[in-house]
Design a protein around this ligand. Structure first.
Ligand SMILES: [Zn+2]
Length: 103
């Protein structure tokens, strides 16, 4: 009986932790271990562009991308969680760069 209760408690705790984690979901992309970030212009998704990482920050022991340099104008772009992309509005047309997931 005692053992069963502990298992149940453990499960409850895990669920609680899981829910807490899910609420905190932030879809900002992580920096790949090799540090190479590739993006794709959503208007021209055939081309992969290697992009310069300007800034990262550490979150939950992982490196998160704070800003990337726009491949066209070089201005820093930050993550837009609504678009799930890095967006540049500094070189005329709005450019939306999606992160290419390599593996
Ligand atoms: Zn730009």
């Amino acid at each position: 009986m005692g053992r069963r209760q502990t298992m149940q408690e453990k499960y409850k705790q895990q669920m609680k932790a899981y829910r807490k984690k899910r609420m905190k979901v932030d879809n900002t992309p992580f920096l790949p271990p090799d540090g190479n970030v590739y993006v794709m212009n959503s208007l021209d998704p055939t081309k992969e562009i290697k992009i310069e990482v300007l800034k990262t920050h550490t979150k939950q022991h992982r490196e998160v991308i704070t800003s990337l340099a726009c491949p066209v104008c070089g201005n820093p772009m930050t993550w837009d969680s609504k678009w799930e992309a890095f967006i540049c509005v500094k070189h005329g047309e709005k450019a939306i760069y999606e992160i290419v997931n390599k593996g």
